[in-house]
Design a protein around this ligand. Structure first.
Ligand code: GAL
Length: 385
């Protein structure tokens, strides 16, 4: 009996060795023959938040495009908490992700980008530049300076600034996006580059803090909105209406995105000065969120900027696929930033390759653009026709 048990243990041991061996052989053949990442390679998708709706769309689109190319893909949302996002990214690395696409919350992401670099895992900064890191090479976004220019041009057009005079100046107050989001500086600088000449000539008067550019850190911080939180913007607008803007009528508010635009409009509608048709200030935005598209159609918000995140997600996955296959990136619909735009990829430690997609300004006159791009559900689109 004892002899039988011993031979069984040897058999089992031999079998398990054979299994490990063959497993080893297959892993060896896999490593040597397969490209850097086999077709079932995992791509980790780390999105910053969900309270700004566009990021929910980004996550869904990125996963769908990655899987359509034969990759495994996993999405995680950081809820505007960088340490939470870092844990999610470390989870992707532990699962052996071959590439990460990260829309970060703030620069705290750098520690896990460094971990990815150590593991030879490529990172693409998605829509938001990862500042202060030299551990990655690619960034894909929209021309964010142009997004801001569209916001400035929206105010210029709506207030007819080209024919306004300093004899009867228009009043504007300024909001910026999250101070931890590098995009906020590009949005603001694009917008204020259009508005500064009117401010200098006295045609436009700024109520509240006025940074001439985002480089004026003290004043920029005073108009910035932590983590793009709508309640913060609403409270700041309420304070402006009862203090700095109490004795004037605001003709425009520079709002950096739709979530904040709607919060600012809510605050205005609670002030008798701005209730009644046509009494609201001109309020800008971006992201073409459905609720804002409806608000624009109903004559409340003035404009938004359509950044087709479906196209951004598709372009990001094309870039990811080309990186994983060791190909030189060539992305239809996205141009490599060059000339004065090169700085859009300057992390402060390295200038990464930035691929830019084109944004589109949307007002009441061309709401059909995001509708025709199937950016909304059928039910939502029906309400916008
Ligand atoms: C920015 C992004 C904008 C807007 C904002 C709020 O980084 O470019 O489209 O969504 O975040 O999340």
């Amino acid at each position: 009996m004892k002899k039988l048990c011993t031979s069984l243990v040897i058999l089992l041991a031999a079998a398990s060795m054979a299994f490990v061996g063959c497993n080893k052989k297959s892993s060896v053949s896999e490593t040597s023959a397969a490209p850097a990442a086999g077709p079932t390679a995992l791509i980790g998708l780390a999105m910053p938040e969900t309270h700004v709706l566009r990021w929910q769309k980004d996550g869904v689109s990125l996963k769908a495009f990655a899987e359509a190319k034969g990759y495994r893909a996993e999405v995680a949302y950081g809820d505007a908490d960088q340490s939470q996002q870092n844990r999610q990214v470390q989870g992707f690395l532990t699962q052996g992700a071959k590439l990460l696409i990260i829309g970060n919350v703030n620069d705290g992401v750098n520690s896990v980008v460094a971990e990815a670099a150590r593991d030879k895992v490529a990172v693409i900064a998605y829509d938001r530049l990862i500042m202060g890191s030299a551990d990655y090479d690619y960034y894909i976004t929209f021309d964010n300076f142009k997004v801001g220019q569209f916001q400035g041009q929206g105010i210029e057009t709506a207030l007819n600034l080209k024919s306004a005079t300093a004899a009867s100046p228009k009043n504007i107050t300024l909001f910026a996006g999250s101070p931890t989001d590098n995009n906020s500086k590009f949005f603001f600088d694009g917008a204020i580059s259009v508005l500064n000449p009117y401010i200098k000539s006295g045609v436009l008067k700024v109520v509240g803090p006025y940074p001439e550019t985002s480089a004026d850190a003290a004043n920029f911080t005073r108009i910035a909105t932590e983590n793009w939180q709508a309640p913060i913007a609403k409270t700041r607008m309420e304070n402006l209406l009862s203090n700095d803007a109490r004795a004037v009528t605001l003709d425009a508010v520079l709002a950096p995105n739709d979530t904040l635009a709607r919060a600012i409009i809510e605050a205005c509608l609670a002030d008798a000065k701005y209730t009644g048709s046509g009494k609201l200030p001109v309020v800008t935005g971006q992201d073409a969120e459905f609720d804002s598209a409806l608000s624009i159609k109903n004559g409340q918000q003035y404009m938004t900027v359509f950044k087709d995140t479906t196209k951004l997600a598709e372009a990001a996955i094309i870039l990811a696929d080309q990186i994983l296959k060791g190909q030189t990136p060539n992305i239809p619909g996205a141009s490599l930033a060059s000339g004065s735009l090169t700085s859009i990829g300057d992390t402060g430690k390295k200038v990464v390759k930035a691929y830019l997609l084109e944004p589109v300004i949307v007002t009441k006159d061309n709401i059909s653009v995001p509708v025709n791009a199937k950016f909304y559900t059928d039910a939502e689109s029906a309400q916008l026709k």
